[in-house]
Design a protein around this ligand. Structure first.
Ligand code: CAA
Length: 383
């Protein structure tokens, strides 16, 4: 029999995240959203709990608890505050990437700094103004100059890009772009580096407690040993990181969906119409039943992708399936939950309004639904 039951250790990580979320994230989630407050203190506390490096080896300061534990933790955090959770997801993704491909010195310095919170968080700078889905079309360049690399270009949609002490940045080392996806390398850049300029915060629909900024590199000189992995391997590194990242976003979407379902069920029990709680009406029960069923399917797909990654076997397709399904299901769940709340759901007096805005981006970032379908479709049809 295939077991999806978490182990004792995984349950412990889940419980840690759940208790932290209830105590530290939930009470100020609405305020973070209204005021656009970045969760800096909360990230420091999450680092103390090991939640910025759940799947990072102990040798680099991580919790070394694996991918399933990571997924369970992200879901618990997202139930309380999706804004904080995205900074957690990107930090875990950057720290893991550095641990997988970095030199010993890079792992000790940069992965550790993300995980122990001294870097505040990590960032992942791949997209540019003209290319998000077509990541290999990026134009930022890296030129060797003596003992240094010099970066020029700009990046777009960088989560936590203004707070991160450690950024992984992708740039072309074939200045003409003639090597396509094979002309790209990844670099580790320290936040605050000279020549790295942070642009204006995006005024977003949701995740308003998380920052999203453009970055400009103007003759940004970084050390000669700042390359992560080998020259020409950068695109593959990005794809590998995103495979894992998509499990994180599927887990986040699941968490938002579960919170919306809870809110809808509670409201439906309290609210009466035509002399009875609306929870007794079949129309409402069917919405709740569909939502619970879809979230259960999302949970199983996400856990399966996490289990495959943890087992060290290919999981690209399963991660895309989890991300595609969980993000779209969570959007449907939030839509129904708001519908159940009626007019009240459309106001800031109820958290479903924030959840409905926060959930929207889960079908867009770390690969749109269309890109997930492309990845899944190619894997099923290529010879
Ligand atoms: N693992 C390892 N290698 C992979 C891979 C994977 N999952 N996918 C592709 N590759 C390799 C291929 O094998 C190929 O290698 P060779 O050159 O050796 O043959 C190379 O990468 C190029 O692959 P493709 O020809 O498939 O590349 P493509 O240009 O057709 O693009 C794509 C593929 C799937 C569309 C990719 O561009 C993609 O995933 N796009 C979406 C980008 C994305 O998700 N961006 C998110 C931004 S980050 C973010 O949102 C974070 C945040 O802040 C929240």
């Amino acid at each position: 029999m295939v077991s999806f039951e978490p182990t004792e250790e995984q349950l412990m990580v889940q419980k840690t995240a759940r208790e932290f979320a209830a105590r530290e994230l939930a009470p100020k989630a609405a305020e973070r959203d209204h005021e656009g407050t970045f969760p800096r203190d909360e990230l420091r506390k999450l680092a103390e709990l090991g939640l910025l490096g759940v799947n990072v080896p102990d040798a680099y300061g991580g919790a070394e608890m694996g991918v399933v534990a990571y997924s369970l933790a992200v879901t618990e955090l997202a139930r309380a505050c999706a804004s904080t959770t995205v900074a957690v997801c990107v930090s875990n993704m950057a720290a893991e990437l550095i641990c997988t491909y970095g030199s010993e010195a890079q792992k000790q310095r940069y992965a550790r700094a993300i995980v122990d919170g001294s870097a505040c968080c990590g960032a992942f700078a791949l997209s540019e103004t003209h290319c998000g889905s077509d990541a290999a079309a990026l134009r930022t360049t890296a030129r060797r100059d003596g003992d240094s690399w010099v970066l020029d270009g700009s990046k777009q949609w960088i989560t936590s890009g203004d707070h991160a002490g450690v950024l992984v940045v992708w740039a072309r080392t074939d200045n003409q772009g003639d090597r396509g996806a094979r002309g790209i390398a990844a670099f580790i850049v320290e936040g605050g580096s000279e020549g790295l300029h942070v642009g204006k915060h995006e005024d977003k629909l949701g995740l308003r407690g998380s920052t999203t900024v453009p970055l400009t590199f103007e003759s940004c000189r970084i050390p000669g040993d700042a390359m992560l992995g080998n020259d020409g391997d950068g695109f593959r590194l990005a794809m590998t990181a995103l495979d894992g990242g998509r499990i994180g976003i599927a887990s986040q979407a699941l968490g938002i969906g579960l919170a919306a379902l809870d809110a809808a069920r509670d409201y439906a029990r309290e609210r009466s119409a035509f002399g009875r709680p609306i929870a007794d009406k079949q129309a409402i029960q069917w919405m709740i039943a569909d939502s619970a069923t879809e979230l259960e399917a999302a949970r199983l797909l996400t856990l399966r992708a996490a289990m495959l990654k943890q087992a060290g076997v290919p999981y690209t397709r399963e991660a895309s399936m989890a991300k595609l399904y969980a993000s779209e299901a969570a959007n449907r769940v939030c839509y129904r939950a708001l519908q159940i709340h009626g007019g009240y759901g459309y106001t800031r007096d109820f958290p479903i309004e924030r959840m409905s805005r926060d959930v929207r981006v889960t079908t867009i970032y770390e690969g749109t639904s269309e890109i997930q379908r492309l990845v899944i479709g190619r894997s099923l049809t290529s010879a």
